[in-house]
Structures are given as C-alpha cells and as structure tokens.
Design a protein around this ligand. Structure first.
Ligand SMILES: *Cc1c(COP(=O)(O)O)cnc(C)c1O
Length: 382
C-alpha cells in the first residue's frame, strides 16, 4: 500500500497503456461531422468554420480568429501578415517545437535564439535586450507546455524598441496571464489543433488578433492571395492554408468543451504536484502567481545524480506501460540552425532539455493513473 496525500490509500495500477496525450471526444464531434456530410459542405467554406472562428475569438477575448491548416501555417501567416521577410530577425526561445523558428525561416527571415529561464522553462526575458539588433522586427514568445510567458516586461521592451510580439500559443489555449487569456496578449497569436493538443481537429491551426487590417491581410494570404471582391484576381502571392468545414466541426465540438479539457488537465497537474512534493529531487513546471497554467503536458526534469539516464528512464517506464517523450532538442542544436547560433551559449536550455521528459497528461487520465506514473518513477530513483 502506498500512502498518498489526497488519494487516501491506493494501490496505483495501470490497466492500459498510458499515452502522453490522446484526443478525447466527449461532445458533439460525431453529430457535427455528420451534419457536414449530410449538407455536403465538407470543403473550406461552411457553417462550422464561421461558428468556430466567432466562438474561438470570444473564448480568447479577441476581435478576430482565423482558422488554417495547422499551427505551423498559422505562424507563417502571422509573420507574413506582419510583413516579416528577408533581412529581418525574429527572437525565438531555443526550447520550443521546431515550427516556431521554421516559420521565421519560411519568410526568409532569421530566427535569433534566446535561452530559457530555469523555473518556467520559457524565454529568459533578462537576455531579451542583448538579442535586439537594428534588424529585429519581432519577439516570438512560446507559452511552453501551457505556462504563459511573463508578458508585461516583454511588451515593455517590445514597445521601447518598436517590435511586434507574436504569441506561439500552440500549447496554451485558455492559459491566462494576470487574468487575461492567451491569444490577445501580443500583436498576433497562433494556436495548434494537432491531435495531441488541448483541443484538436486532427490537424488545424488558429490565428488571433485585435488588428482588423492584419486579420484581413492574413485572410487574403490564407486564401491564395485572392482579392475579396474580384474572383481569380491575385494581387499578392498567397497560400492555400484553409481549414475544412469538417475539421471545424470537430474543432467546434472540442471548443464547446474546452473548459472541461483544461479543468481535467489542471486536476491531474495538481495531483502530480502534490505527489512530487514528497520527491523534491524531481523538478516540475510551476504555476507562477500571475499565471494560469493549462498544463498541456506535465513534465519532469530528472535530478543530475539520477541513477538512470533520461533515455534509460523513458525505456524503463515504457516497460511499465507508460509513454513519455523527451523534451524538444533546443533549436540551436539542430543541423539547420547550429551555424546561426555559433559562438552563443544556451546553458539552461541545454541542461533542462537533456534531463526533461513529458509525462502522461491527457484529459482522460485518472487520479489512479497519475499516482501510478509517479510511483513507477519514484521506484526508479531507489
Ligand atoms: C504543436 C506546436 C506547433 C505547431 O503546430 P502544428 O499544428 O503541429 O503545425 C507550433 N509551436 C508549438 C510550440 C507547438 O507545440
């Protein structure tokens, strides 16, 4: 028997393979998809696209939301919409998913990497000004794993230097900074609805902004650059980045239950935090007093003196039916970006990324399963 605060006396067991994150369809997903099929509106126009965009904007508390094919395209459209192009620099945290700097590269601009701070694992704001050059056009903040970035100092620096602020909120729908939701904290924000994200449409992305002109430009870029009034007239080079009504149908059903998806993740995170309190050698992501962390993925950083390497730990947990993922490789270590980062050091990202792993975190994860994961990890420490 294992005594665990908050759980009483439980024998943690897992009766299934525990994924890091899997979609949960507990609402109108099927009904809405069937409505698309019945109506034959399955392509990139339709009722669900309109409804989703309106309701997503309301959810984030912003004026405009635009869907697109995925979170990577959302970033690309956001940067293009801001006019970022060759010769420009965009500051990007080195610990993120590859889509963040890649979108900068797609525009012909250059990502400039910045280290993370050791507690929240988000960009180290104290280093921001040292990264700004006459070519800098924007700061891309990434709300890593669902914890929002401390936005006020970022916005203050951006304002002083005349820079745009782009939120990569792919992992942080519903997260809050000082009571305000992600999506409206900078000039433009992007979200992902990939299968393992908090709400999903299979593949999908959303861009939010309060700037009507920017929204219009991004909408045009999304739709092949076609003039809104003149069919087959393409005044600019655009893209076909449109989401389908079928995907929006799934997304709308998911959005209707977003509060539930987030609440379930926060419940599990609270239990992880409680159980890890007895195992202080493991570092977990906190929730700063000014933040609401939506815990897309619960994570742990192993202590330096852990008896197993991170990868050995992951293999041992897999044998017990627990899926984990390594932290992202820092961007400055990837072949296409090493030369950009030559001569620069990112010591915090290097150590955290080497010892960090993501734990099961889906909305359907039960308290008993959370306890099982922590128990198995604790056993490896002995
Ligand atoms: C998932 C993710 C993306 C990209 O989203 P896709 O929908 O997979 O293209 C971008 N940035 C971050 C931080 C992500 O986690």
């Amino acid at each position: 028997m294992t005594e665990r605060k908050g759980l009483g006396t439980v024998v943690p067991t897992a009766t299934r393979f525990l994924p890091v994150a899997a979609p949960v369809f507990a609402g109108n997903e099927k009904a809405y998809v069937n409505a698309c099929l019945d109506s034959t509106w399955i392509s990139s126009r339709g009722e669900f696209l309109d409804r989703f965009e309106r309701e997503f904007a309301d959810f984030c508390g912003v004026q405009h939301a635009l869907t697109c094919i995925n979170g990577t395209a959302a970033l690309h459209l956001a940067l293009l919409g801001l006019g970022i192009g060759p010769g420009d620099e965009v500051i990007v945290p080195t610990l993120t998913f590859v889509a963040s700097p890649n979108a900068v590269s797609y525009c012909g601009a250059t990502p400039v990497f910045i280290d993370i701070e050791p507690e929240t694992w988000n960009l180290d704001i104290s280093q921001l000004e040292s990264k700004i050059t006459p070519k800098t056009k924007a700061i891309m903040v990434v709300h890593l794993f669902g914890h929002p970035v401390d936005m006020d100092p970022v916005l203050e620096i951006a304002r002083r230097h005349g820079l745009y602020v782009v939120e990569d909120a792919a992992e942080a729908i519903g997260a809050e900074y000082k009571g305000r939701r992600t999506g409206g904290l900078g000039d433009v924000a992007t979200f992902s609805m990939y299968g393992n994200k908090i709400i999903t449409s299979g593949e999908g992305g959303v861009i939010t902004t309060n700037d009507p002109e920017l929204a219009k430009r991004m909408k045009m870029l999304r739709g092949q650059g076609q003039d809104f009034e003149r069919r087959y007239w393409f005044p600019i080079l655009g893209y076909n980045y449109r989401l389908t009504n079928v995907q929006a149908a799934i997304a709308l059903a998911q959005l209707e239950q977003a509060d539930w998806h987030i609440a379930r993740r926060r419940e599990n995170a609270a239990l992880y935090a409680e159980l890890f309190r007895d195992l202080p050698q493991f570092q977990i992501q906190p929730e700063k007093p000014w933040a609401k962390n939506v815990y897309w993925i619960n994570s742990v950083v192993l202590p330096e003196d852990f008896p197993l390497s991170r990868d050995e730990t992951m293999a041992a947990l897999a044998k017990q039916g627990i899926e984990t993922r390594p932290f992202f490789y820092p961007m400055h270590t990837l072949p296409m970006y090493t030369s950009l980062a030559a001569g620069q050091a990112f010591p915090v990202a290097d150590t955290i990324a080497a010892r960090g792993m993501n734990l099961p975190s889906g909305a359907d994860l039960t308290p008993n399963e959370v306890a099982y994961v922590v128990e198995q990890l604790a056993q490896l420490a002995r």
